[in-house]
Design a protein around this ligand. Structure first.
Ligand SMILES: [Zn+2]
Length: 77
């Protein structure tokens, strides 16, 4: 009895796989998801709150991030 159940489970498994494969073939190929641009961390400027890519942020000696040197200087004053 248990063997029958296992055989049935395997059968269902293969049937499911076959159906999935057939469905994939029948359905129009979905265009591949456009890769998200290199996810670059965005950091807020500590002085004005503008979000800037981390690569372009000005980081001062304390590790604070700013959108520009002006903002950095503004906070230092
Ligand atoms: Zn700023």
């Amino acid at each position: 009895m248990i063997l029958r159940l296992i055989a049935l489970a395997i059968l269902i498994f293969f049937a499911y796989r076959l159906i999935r494969r057939a469905a994939d073939r029948l359905l129009p190929q979905a265009p591949p998801d456009p890769k998200a641009p290199e996810s670059q961390p965005i950091v807020p400027c500590k002085a004005c709150g503008t979000f800037v890519p981390r690569d372009e942020a000005i980081i001062d000696d304390d590790g604070d991030q700013f959108c520009s040197e002006q903002c950095r200087d503004r906070l230092r004053q």
